[in-house]
Design a protein around this ligand. Structure first.
Ligand code: FAS
Ligand code: PHB
Length: 394
């Protein structure tokens, strides 16, 4: 027997996109159900992004989950880029008047799940066989299974917030879908350690041995990355090897302040640039990683997801409150214009700051020239800063 449910917006995915969308809709009296194939523990244990554009900070505050972020988050006014030992600070606040906020995606997800559940949201964790159906009908449906029971949710709209490996994007007919992808020939090995950060702001470094990033989660918890081979396994990287490699790549002056210790999280993530067009099919709307992926070099993945959700929630609220679907009609076009500019920035930062085995001597000279152009040009620094703090929503 199929058990029936009904809601206004069925949201597939309980990551930042799905959770924030549900909260913003709820604040305007619009009902949603969230489905996720992972357990709550699995979702809350993920270590992902660490840098929030101020627009993302404002969206989380608007959603009513800004309290812990404003207490525990660390506002940053700049970051450093380094190239073979030369280091330059990008003065975000001086160049744009804006800061970014250091606050882990893990904490954002916990804050949003806690609030959504406290307000009685129906979040179905460990849902299997989630499947959007009849998405071009006026009342589409989503089916799923849980604890041996089959459920069918009838709704007005479906939000595909189910990430790169989700089911929503696969629901689009090939005849209308175009995808664009670049896969980078390396990965990032990330480490988390309960030690004070090596510097008070982030450092993105290009060294002849590879890229390195010094980041943080708090004044006592640091997050570091080194570029690694896609053939590497976590087991190939002892803490000792990691600290030695990181020290070489950030240079002796910076490494002199590095406090090493036992890592409590170590993982390797591949890097890709990916976009699917359009982001709407019938009453199914994609948001976040379900529609696009950026290499983390620009700290944009989570922030791009938040930007999509700010536009999708505005469109849905306008439709429900004023019976005006104009923002729904333009949702995909508005999102994609910004998505492609953010893809460009993330691709630019990744190309400038990593070692590519197939780069010619000329290519390497171009990388150095990009760095020198930034160091010598306030206009170039301002463009980097404008992208890093976050482009306008539209
Ligand atoms: P998410 O992938 O976070 O959430 C999608 C949810 O949908 C998941 O909970 C999943 O379980 C669920 N789901 C998937 N398929 C489903 C199905 N068929 N049925 C039901 N549920 C389904 N961004 C940065 O800005 N900086 C970083 O440093 C950074 N590091 C990253 C490291 C890794 C390993 C990864 C994978 C991503 C990283 N990102 C980073 C990007 C990341 O933060 C994403 O941009 C962000 O999680 C996007 O949020 P969502 O769109 O909600 O997608
Ligand atoms: C992080 O802290 O995880 C982080 C920060 C900046 C990036 C990528 C990752 O560009």
């Amino acid at each position: 027997m199929t058990l029936k449910k009904s809601t206004q917006v069925c949201i597939i995915g309980s990551g930042p996109s799905g959770l924030l969308l549900s909260q913003l809709l709820h604040n305007e009296g619009i009902d949603s159900i969230i489905l996720d194939r992972q357990s709550r523990e699995g979702i809350e244990s993920r270590i992902r992004a660490g840098v929030l554009e101020w627009g993302s900070v404002e969206a989380l505050q608007q959603a009513g989950v800004g309290e812990r972020m404003m207490k525990e988050g660390i506002p940053h006014s700049g970051f450093d880029i380094a190239f073979d030992g030369d280091r330059h600070r990008i003065d975000l606040e001086g160049l744009t008047g804006k800061q970014v906020m250091i606050y882990g995606q893990t904490e954002i997800t916990k804050d949003l799940i806690g609030k959504r559940l406290a307000e009685g949201c129906d979040i179905v964790f460990s849902a299997t066989k989630v499947q959007p159906l009849n998405v071009t009908d006026k009342r589409p449906t989503v089916t799923y299974e849980k604890d041996g029971e089959v459920f069918e949710i009838e709704c007005d709209y479906i939000a595909g917030c189910d990430g790169y490996h989700g089911v929503s994007r696969k629901t689009f007919p090939a005849s209308i879908q175009k995808t664009f992808e670049r896969i980078y020939p390396f990965g990032w090995l990330g480490v988390m350690v309960e030690k004070p950060p090596v510097a008070h702001e982030l450092i993105y470094a290009n060294h002849s041995r590879g890229f390195a990033l010094c980041s943080m989660r708090s004044e006592t918890r640091s997050r570091y990355y080194v570029q690694c081979s896609l053939n590497d396994k976590v087991v190939d990287w002892s803490d000792e090897r990691f600290w030695e490699e990181l020290s070489i790549r950030i240079g002796p002056e910076t490494a002199a302040n590095l406090q090493t210790g036992d890592s409590f999280e170590k993982s390797i993530a591949p890097l890709r640039s990916f976009v699917t067009e359009p982001m709407r099919y019938g009453n199914l709307f994609l948001a976040g990683d379900a529609a696009h992926i950026v290499p983390p070099t620009g700290a944009k993945g989570l922030n791009l997801a938040v930007a999509d959700v700010r536009l999708l929630s505005r469109a849905l609220i306008e439709d429900y409150k004023n019976n005006n679907d104009s923002h729904l009609e333009t949702y995909s076009k508005t999102c994609l214009k910004r998505v492609w500019k953010v893809e460009r920035f993330s691709w630019f930062m990744s190309t400038m700051l990593h070692q590519f085995n197939d780069f010619s001597g000329f290519d390497k000279k171009m990388q150095r020239a990009e760095f020198d152009n930034i160091v010598d040009s306030e206009a170039a620094q301002r463009n980097i800063a404008e992208n890093y703090v976050g482009l306008p929503l539209e």
